[in-house]
Design a protein around this ligand. Structure first.
Ligand SMILES: C[S@@+](CC[C@H](N)C(=O)[O-])C[C@H]1O[C@@H](n2cnc3c(N)ncnc32)[C@H](O)[C@@H]1O
Length: 214
């Protein structure tokens, strides 16, 4: 069985999810979103990139004195985000753009801070994602990732391995080892914060060190 997550499988999966995404993944993932945005420690006038903004569930969590750009591969998800931004009058939203996080169209150092919530295990290649995140974030800027990583509990890990063959249909990789991710992306994490139900998800907080080779 083909297990590779591709651009097409992501688009197909999120076309399916878009209609009921907020119901299924809204409140249950909210504590993590809220903590991740708090950890950004947003300051007036900052320009923030949210990668894989999805249906825009986190947009109202940013203070009105920052400027948020959200990107996503899925136009279906983005349409929901656009509707939210308009109906809730979210003035902090500068733009919501259909764009591949693995090949961003922004110039280098475009953002003060970059955040990606529940995205790293969804993109086809997380190495390209991180390379781009570091490129578009200013030197010393905060980078925050919120994701599920492979569980240390052997029983849960076995269950994750069982559903791994369905990665393409689920739209994410259930077994996603943190150590491998950190090693392959050269992302230096300053702090890890466990969040959500059973602390099954983790927020990784780092500063963009452009002197470290990717
Ligand atoms: C699990 S959802 C998370 C959405 C949102 N961050 C949240 O908190 O609910 C993952 C999102 O990543 C997007 N995505 C996947 N691959 C992407 C890529 N290469 N570039 C941009 N967005 C991508 C998907 O379309 C989807 O909207």
């Amino acid at each position: 069985m083909e297990t590779v997550v591709t651009r097409d499988s992501v688009l197909k999966a999120y076309r399916r999810y878009a209609h009921f995404y907020d119901l299924l993944f809204g409140p249950i993932f909210h504590p993590g979103r809220r903590t991740a945005v708090q950890c950004l420690n947003c300051q007036a006038g900052e320009r923030i990139l949210e990668v894989g903004v999805g249906t825009g569930l986190s947009l109202s969590m940013y203070p009105p004195n920052v400027s948020v750009v959200g990107i996503d591969l899925s136009s279906d998800m983005l349409q929901a985000a656009q509707r939210k931004a308009e109906s809730e009058g979210l003035s902090q939203v500068e733009a919501l753009i259909e764009m591949d996080a693995q090949r961003m169209e922004f110039p280098e150092d475009s953002f003060d801070k970059v955040v990606a919530m529940y995205v790293a295990s969804v993109v086809p290649d997380y190495r390209l994602l991180m390379k781009e995140v570091k490129r578009v974030c200013k030197p010393g800027g905060t980078i925050i990732l919120l994701n599920h990583f492979e569980n240390k509990n052997p029983i849960i890990r076995a269950a994750e391995s069982l559903i791994q063959p369905f990665a393409k249909y689920l739209g994410f990789h259930p077994d996603f080892p943190l150590e491998k991710f950190l090693k392959e992306t050269n992302f230096r994490v300053l702090q890890q914060v466990p969040v959500n139900l059973l602390h099954y998800w983790t927020i990784l907080i780092g500063k963009n060190d452009k002197t470290i080779p990717h």
